[in-house]
Design a protein around this ligand. Sequence first.
Ligand SMILES: [Zn+2]
Ligand SMILES: [Zn+2]
Length: 236
Amino acid sequence: MGYDVALICEKGHVINDSMREFPEANKDYCPECGAQTISSCKKCNASITGAYVAPGVIGGFDYNRPAHCHKCGLAYPWTAIPNTEGGKDNKQSLFDQAPEGRMLRQSTRKKYQVFVSSTQRDLQKERNAVIEAIYRLNHIPVAMEMFNAGNTDQWNLITRKLDECDYFLVIIAHNYGSIHPEKVVSYTQLEYEYAIEKNIPLAAFVIDENASWPTTLIDKTNSKKLDEFKSPCRRF
Ligand SMILES: [Zn+2]
Ligand SMILES: [Zn+2]
């Protein structure tokens, strides 16, 4: 875990934000503008901070090239370029292009399937945000609203999907949710318990009891059951 080293051209094009991890993407000259590329400060020789690399963590992190040396504070050559010069060449949009190193990292990195468990109606906004975040990290969200149980038993379908997942993520607010007719436990809790049983790495997001929440989304029907379910989840 830590920062890789970045290779950036003197005009500011990010050539590679992870030089150590993907040395094959390194270049002596910028393919965009032909300027020389640098990976360290000209004054103190400190490496230019690259992408944050955390093995085992889902997804990558967006990289923004630094403006100044973290060690001696010297402005990098691109920082001195006035914004008025060069038109499009100075626009942020150009720098927004994903550097080759990161493209490689995303294409070579395994895609993980992340099961998103929660009640539906009261947490639709939160589910959508999580699903979108998983997509943005180049992984695959698995949410039950994406599947039609059809004739298959609902719980059967859920366990089949869970078996394929690499991570399990549960969101809990103030609604215990619908209950499995035979097991007398909510589907969300069943999914959680199944993930524990199968040793699927788990993340739980439990609402803070003091957070304000629309009363229309609070269901007190099974509040005792919900509290009992929430307390072990807070450990994650
Ligand atoms: Zn360049
Ligand atoms: Zn420096």
